[in-house]
Design a protein around this ligand. Structure first.
Ligand code: HEC
Length: 307
């Protein structure tokens, strides 16, 4: 009796669930959700090819130095890199003295304490400092950027889908809103103080176009600084910042794959050797062959098989 009751209660639950599922499905099909401007106008990043791509990729130090120059002269006005130290720049080919000079002349000073009074103060950066944020805290950063927070760029190449390609597309993807978008979605007009960018997930971001004109950065190595070139170089630099050990990781990966390959070959040969006796195929012939065993004595004799 209890079982039947339990079964009926379960049945009632399942029925209610089914009915509500049916209701939801019918409203979904009767009035499908309106398409949004983001769905129709957001674009995926354009592919970007860098020297560090692929399992054998290596950094192009010349390009990383150019990327650093873009970061220093443009992006550092709003973005810090709290996980990268000035002395890490030695890996890009700068000498120790150059790194010290870069730190010493950095536009933002580092927070510290006045040794006499204990009051908060700032001092010039030294090689072991990380790239400071230009703002003393989040509130100040938001206040200066229309309530948006410029993210720390140390790991940005890893934390955004598309990585370097996304950063490159974002930096070169500013434009006016397409007329078609405004016609279709009048409510999606870019609000004042935001900037339309088809690669940003919600199409409008608070960062004003940082790279706007050719020659904005005058490269030390004489490369022509088009907007696309600057965006590519700074993206390459941010890939390095997010993973300075990439080359070592690639080399270690290659060594491990080679090691496993040789191990596999040795393992296979050892297996063949150990099992050679047990797996040897013995072909019986003559009277012992199963087919011949089944033959009658007379047909054996006819075929000339002994036994
Ligand atoms: C005037 C200040 C300013 C400058 C200069 C600037 N940014 Fe930004 N950046 C911002 C702000 C503010 C945001 C946050 C935007 C938002 O969330 O709407 C941002 C966001 C970003 C993001 C994250 C976008 C996302 O997907 O969330 C990246 C990447 C970025 N900036 C890269 C750069 C690079 C590279 C440079 C230098 C070429 C640069 N920025 C220069 C203010 C700036």
């Amino acid at each position: 009796m209890v079982r039947i009751l339990g079964f009926l209660v379960g049945l009632a639950f399942a029925g209610v669930l089914l009915i509500s599922l049916g209701n939801t499905a019918s409203t979904y099909f009767a009035s499908p959700p309106e398409p949004t401007a983001e769905e129709e106008f957001h674009e995926h990043p354009r592919p970007l090819h860098l020297a560090s791509d692929g399992p054998l990729g290596k950094f192009d130090k010349q390009q990383l130095q150019r990327g650093f120059q873009v970061y220093k002269e443009v992006c550092a006005a709003c973005h810090g890199m709290s996980l990268v130290a000035f002395r890490d720049l030695e890996k890009l080919g700068y000498s120790e003295a150059e790194v010290k000079a870069i730190a010493n002349q950095w536009q933002t000073e580092v927070p510290s304490l006045n040794p006499e009074t204990g009051e908060p103060a700032t001092r010039k950066a030294i090689a072991s400092d990380r790239f400071p944020s230009p703002y003393p805290n989040e509130l100040a950063a938001r206040a200066a950027n229309n309530n948006a927070l410029p993210p720390d760029l140390s790991l940005i190449a890893k934390s955004r889908e598309g990585g370097a390609a996304y950063i490159h597309s974002l930096l070169t993807g500013y434009s006016n809103q397409p007329a078609e978008l405004l016609k279709k979605f009048p409510a999606a007009k870019t609000p004042a103080n935001l900037h339309y960018n088809r690669y940003f997930p919600n199409l409008n971001l608070a960062m004003p176009p940082p790279l706007s004109s050719e020659g904005q950065v005058v490269y030390a190595d004489g490369t022509k600084s088009t907007v696309d070139q600057m965006a590519t170089d700074v993206s390459a630099f941010l890939v390095w910042a997010a993973e300075p050990n990439l080359e070592r990781r690639h080399a270690a990966g290659l060594a491990v794959v080679l090691f496993l390959l040789i191990g596999t070959i040795l393992g296979y040969l050892a297996y063949r050797n150990i099992w050679a006796e047990a797996k040897r195929k013995v072909r019986v012939t003559g009277a012992l062959e199963p087919e011949n065993q089944a033959k009658s004595r007379s047909s054996k004799r006819k075929a000339g098989i002994a036994g």
